[in-house]
Design a protein around this ligand. Structure first.
Ligand SMILES: *Cc1c(COP(=O)(O)O)cnc(C)c1O
Length: 395
């Protein structure tokens, strides 16, 4: 392919990496819609099954379209290996199954995607895995929170929904000082805005459902890291347990990656404009956005990320009734839990994405009843402001 891919910029890698053109000469990547693969002979089958010869066997194990997506995302994140999964949650589950055994401990940041918290608290604990949570910005608490059995430090930065920023390099140092692994959910920034592996993280998790797709079409996920942890351990879980990515979804994500660089810059620029506008609105108590000076970790965010990203979260005055009335007055924004779409979306985390948490868990994660999260899409930002004004101006 390329003499030296390390010479290429991210936008180029996002368009070009991983495509092995077939004898048909196709320009766009082919979708290999096949569950199994045919061998040349009985001996060939035996050699491939034994691992003595490379080759595809079955699409739960490998698939050429999926592999193209994996190689492309690995290149963007600067990782040796990527394993694609059926969803972002499958990526997190597979990573935990691969790395943990009964009695091990996960130290996680407090503000996590709702299903991640449920996976940890309700399901992993059934198998003897211990979990504790700490505020991502309290480094001293983390120093004291690591235990001899801590195997994973798990963080999401910026977090969902209130875009809390955590120092990846400091967390990586802490993990490595205790023989643990730093796992970063890089869903909100994508490699366009932040590359956790460059900062010392061991594993990057993606929900491909969000920005990697970028147009709200497919569910998928990925784990990126080195050959041992990801290429052997995580792949082993996926190919055995089965939450692998479908070739059709991989193809959609490939097309998404091709425009990722452009989209992330556009989402960030519109979100920044919207955040400044919201901050000056009298009906709003507080705005959370990394590139605002008012953000508690503004300096860290601007050091660690290339831009603020597409998610703006804010508290409206008047709690849940006020928040719901702003949502219900919109005519353009979609009321939906997805994010990272070209279409702007608005969500009330306390009653949806974080609704399954107990009130204590919610307050620990700082999810207020008046909180709204907007995933700023690619519509004209003046139209989005007008759409929000409909409800906000009435409060
Ligand atoms: C959506 C999301 C996930 C889960 O991904 P799915 O593809 O929905 O399974 C994990 N982490 C974050 C930050 C997310 O936004």
């Amino acid at each position: 392919m390329f003499d030296d891919p390390s010479d290429l910029a991210l936008a180029t890698l996002a368009v070009r990496t991983g495509h092995r053109r077939t004898h048909e000469g196709e320009h766009s990547e082919a979708i290999f819609a096949t569950s199994s693969y045919v061998f040349e002979s009985a001996a060939d089958a035996a050699a491939i099954f034994a691992g003595d010869k490379p080759g595809n066997i079955y699409s739960r194990f490998t698939n050429p379209t999926v592999r193209t997506f994996e190689e492309r995302l690995a290149a963007l994140e600067g990782g040796e290996c990527c394993v694609a999964t059926a969803s972002g949650m499958a990526a997190i589950l597979a990573t935990c199954i691969a790395l943990l055994k009964s009695g091990d401990h996960i130290l996680a940041s407090q503000s996590l995607f709702g299903s991640t918290t449920v996976l940890f608290n309700k399901y992993l604990t059934k198998f003897g895995i211990k979990i504790s949570y700490l505020p991502g910005s309290d480094e001293q608490a983390w120093q004291q929170g690591v235990k001899p059995n801590t195997r994973i430090l798990f963080i999401e930065t910026p977090s969902n929904p209130q875009v809390e920023v955590i120092d990846i390099a400091a967390m990586a140092d802490l993990a490595h000082a205790h023989d643990a692994v730093l796992v970063v959910d890089n869903c909100f920034c994508t490699p366009v805005l932040q590359r956790p592996l460059d900062l010392g993280a061991d594993i990057v998790i993606h929900s491909a459902t969000k920005y990697l797709d970028g147009q709200g079409r497919c569910i998928g996920g990925a784990v990126v890291g080195d050959k041992k942890l990801v290429g052997e351990e995580v792949l082993g879980v996926i190919r055995t347990a089965g939450p692998s990515m479908s070739p059709f979804n991989a193809w959609v994500f490939l097309k998404g990656l091709e425009t990722l660089d452009l989209r992330m810059k556009a989402h960030s620029s519109s979100a920044h404009t919207l955040a400044i506008w919201l901050e000056s609105h009298p009906a709003i108590e507080r705005v959370y956005y990394p590139s605002l000076k008012s953000h508690p970790q503004h300096a860290l965010a601007m050091r660690q990320q290339k831009a603020g990203g597409g998610i703006v979260t804010f508290d409206v005055k008047g709690g849940q009734p006020a928040a719901w009335s702003v949502m219900d007055a919109t005519q353009i924004l979609s009321i939906t839990a997805n994010l990272g779409d070209t279409k702007s979306t608005i969500t009330h985390p306390a009653s949806t994405t974080h609704g399954r948490l107990t009130p204590e868990e919610r307050s620990q994660a700082n999810i207020s009843d008046g909180m709204l999260r907007i995933s700023v899409g690619l519509e004209d930002i003046e139209d989005i402001k007008r759409d929000l004004s409909r409800g906000l101006d009435r409060l």
